[in-house]
Design a binder for this molecule. Structure first.
Ligand code: IMP
Ligand code: MG
Length: 194
């Protein structure tokens, strides 16, 4: 079925994969794990990867007791309308903070092929942080093409295209409080840009 963007999300939602309450309680646990891990390690900085991690980061940081700063990077792995990254990852906006000798925790919405986070890890590692780890809300393990170390992981999910809670379908629906799965066979055309 072909639909113009943005349809009412009910028209494209197959089922809710992760309910708001489950997200929040897992994020609370992650915050505890992160607080324990970084206790006594000064200079923690949470680096959110725009834009998908914004809701996750703002909820997660409220559960992290260790004093920390935040910063953001914007990277693009694929354009609107495309559903897979090809490894050609571009840095669209770099950090504003110097991370040398600081404990850096990258906060990402989802790890799919692994290309995006791999590129970010290599870039930030070259700046000599005291430590560099990844916290990902979602992990689509089946789709991995590059091995990525995930120190803090919210949920392992199957190979389905998800949206909501920061994740978009061609930039829409990031505001939804749950993680939903797109109905199979749905093609959404961007009526704004065509
Ligand atoms: P990777 O480079 O293949 O690991 O892709 C990671 C990026 O692709 C994530 O930061 C997301 O922005 C995007 N992505 C991957 N899977 C999904 C999905 O199911 N829904 C929405 N965005 C996704
Ligand atoms: Mg992303």
């Amino acid at each position: 079925m072909e639909l113009n963007l943005p349809p009412d999300y009910h028209d494209i939602l197959d089922y809710v994969l992760i309910e708001p309450e489950a997200l929040q309680s897992r994020i609370k646990e992650l915050g505890q794990e992160i607080s324990d891990h970084y206790e006594g390690k000064p200079g923690l900085i949470l680096v959110g990867i725009l834009k998908g991690s914004t809701l996750f980061l703002t909820d997660l940081m409220r559960q992290v007791a260790t004093p920390h700063a935040i910063d953001f990077m914007d990277v693009s792995s694929y354009g609107a309308g495309v559903r897979a990254s090809d490894g050609d990852v571009r840095i669209l906006m770099d950090l504003h903070t110097t991370i040398e000798n600081r404990h850096v925790l990258i906060v990402e919405d989802i790890i799919d092929s692994g290309h995006t986070i791999n590129k970010v890890l290599r870039l930030l590692d070259a700046r000599s942080p005291a430590s560099l780890q990844v916290c990902a809300l979602l992990d689509k393990t089946e789709r991995r093409e590059i091995d990525v170390p995930i120190a803090f992981r919210g949920f392992a999910i199957p190979n389905v295209f998800v949206f909501g809670y920061g994740l978009d379908i061609d930039e829409y629906y990031r505001n939804l409080p749950f993680i939903g799965v797109v109905k199979p066979g749905i093609v959404i055309t961007d009526s704004v840009s065509t």
